[in-house]
Design a protein around this ligand. Sequence first.
Ligand code: NAG
Ligand code: NAG
Ligand code: NAG
Ligand code: NAG
Ligand code: NAG
Ligand code: NAG
Ligand code: NAG
Ligand code: NAG
Length: 565
Amino acid sequence: MMVKLGLVLAALLSGASASPHHARSTHVLHRRDAPPSGFVNSGAAPDDHVINLKLALVQSDVSGLEQKVYALSTPGNAEYGQHLSKEEVEELVVPSSESVSAVNDWLASHNLTSQVSSPAGDVRSVNLTVKQANALLDASYSTFTNQKTGSTTIRTLSYSIPADLRPHINVAYPTTQFPPTSVSSQSLLASSSRINDNIARALLDSCATSFTPACALELYSIPTNVPFQSDSRLGIAGFSDQSAGAADLKAFLEKYRPDVPDSTTFTSELVAGGVNNQSNPGVEGNLDTQWSVGLIGQTVPVVFVAVGDDDGDDFFSQLPAIINAFLNDTNPPQVLSMSYSLPDSFIDQATASSICNGFAQLAARGISVLAASGDYGVDGGEDPTQCHEFQVEFPASCPYVTAVGGTISQGPEVAWNSSGSGFSSYFPVPSYQAADVAAFLKTLPANYSTGHFNASNRAFPDLSARADFVEIVEGESQTGTGTSSSTPIVASIFALLNAELIAAGKSPLGFLNPFIYANKDAFTDIVAGANPGCNSEGFNATQGWDAISGVGTPIYTKLRTAAGL
Ligand SMILES: *[C@@H]1O[C@H](CO)[C@@H](O)[C@H](O)[C@H]1NC(C)=O
Ligand SMILES: *[C@@H]1O[C@H](CO)[C@@H](O)[C@H](O)[C@H]1NC(C)=O
Ligand SMILES: *[C@@H]1O[C@H](CO)[C@@H](O)[C@H](O)[C@H]1NC(C)=O
Ligand SMILES: *[C@@H]1O[C@H](CO)[C@@H](O)[C@H](O)[C@H]1NC(C)=O
Ligand SMILES: *[C@@H]1O[C@H](CO)[C@@H](O)[C@H](O)[C@H]1NC(C)=O
Ligand SMILES: *[C@@H]1O[C@H](CO)[C@@H](O)[C@H](O)[C@H]1NC(C)=O
Ligand SMILES: *[C@@H]1O[C@H](CO)[C@@H](O)[C@H](O)[C@H]1NC(C)=O
Ligand SMILES: *[C@@H]1O[C@H](CO)[C@@H](O)[C@H](O)[C@H]1NC(C)=O
């Protein structure tokens, strides 16, 4: 009601007043009734607190970008493998000069200036005080306290732009997006909270209770004799102050890959003020680098990309930071492994779309992005007896990302009962999986989706790999459980395939999903296991694609043939 009244008043004023300063009606870009559960409003934010506000402008040709992505990534298409250059992608997403001047004029009327903050200029950033931001966005920035961690974050429950700018601006952040701060986030780290398998671990040193690189090489038929290929590179994302230890990697290689020189290591790239602190390696950083270098040995250079908080202290600011770093590179790694996720309920549709669009741009560049499907089953870490609506992890649920679920060993692999999975809240089902998802939906009890999930949307994971009793060296040897380990395993397999393709003069695989769904027989179908939660059975692993194990686990030798090698 308040908003409607405000709009009417603004319209009246614009008719009555000669002053251009009152002439604009506003459009609410996003509003939420309350912060997400777990946050309390601790009062108005200090007027002089400085916010680095990002404005995502409307891009020139989003549907052109999406069409290109599918043409380039779909086996059999005439354009398959013809990935775009940095400049070609930028041409599709650059905002119109009209949009740029409309936005800059608006900012100037508030005595503000903006700076380009993405390679194509479709994101602009403005430093402004809370007082200025409240005036600019008709917002009410407040300090919200995360009750679990005690950390505070400054956000607003609603924000608006002048209605005539609606055709030019998609989203502004930080506004109504409520991620827990990365440093204190438990759910962001897929593996660390579940690193206690040691206790349950049997003395028996077999692949069932001690999953080593040797086990993975055997299980997925991964070759160890692919020649060094400097042009195939694997990027490992490091968020949340996770550093990767070179000394721990050396110890890991000595123990588990004695055939690989223990001097084999990774390089670091620092993005947005990131650090790779050798005095303070983290479980996730170690796991990801040990399981990539541990599988690909010296064949493919591994780049650890440490993302800092110059662009914002939360995951949903740091994702665009790493995307932009890759987009701004004329020759980035062709595979990016990301063992991190948060529920998509922390962000609104416009924010999710804006970040997912960044992944579409990476797809157009020929980059395969692998993302962990999450470690909390369908309840996403909520009380499994209380929740009804299944939680959805992001970025795994973005259709331009390849989501990796987890399996455990019980003789043959079965789906892990905590594997994150389900249906996006925001993105419609993409064509590459539509038939498989429809077939899976038929296996569900009648009306099973009602209130649990949106059955017309993008479903994940796309594939899976081993997630339990995974060895890692963190000072000493231990094992971990989580899709955090499944993700670098799968990423390493595709980086090796790229090395072989590049050596054969062919294009790297790029965005993988159309290839994966077109070659389901190159995977071991996982047909047992389920992830019960939210007072439900969750999802069953079934014959064919299912919403817990995807198409199954990779078989390198068959993928090789599918890739035309
Ligand atoms: C912008 O700056 C001018 C000159 O300093 C001042 O008169 C005006 O009130 C400012 N406008 C806003 C919106 O702050
Ligand atoms: C892109 O890289 C160039 C240097 O190569 C740098 O000057 C520019 O600031 C970067 N742009 C973004 C948006 O990061
Ligand atoms: C905002 O401030 C940061 C330093 O805190 C600076 O690096 C950046 O260039 C500023 N951006 C703009 C748009 O002025
Ligand atoms: C690296 O970690 C050590 C140990 O936690 C800490 O004392 C040091 O300040 C850190 N350095 C940086 C640059 O973050
Ligand atoms: C998942 O499996 C473990 C044993 O592997 C069991 O302890 C746990 O209760 C199961 N969780 C659910 C939600 O069924
Ligand atoms: C399901 O998602 C689609 C977008 O793909 C949306 O249009 C529709 O409203 C959603 N349905 C429900 C019941 O939320
Ligand atoms: C899971 O499989 C069991 C056994 O076949 C079946 O009874 C149940 O309905 C299935 N549940 C779902 C959610 O698919
Ligand atoms: C399923 O839903 C439809 C309408 O949405 C309803 O007509 C039907 O009775 C429901 N079936 C069951 C078994 O609940």
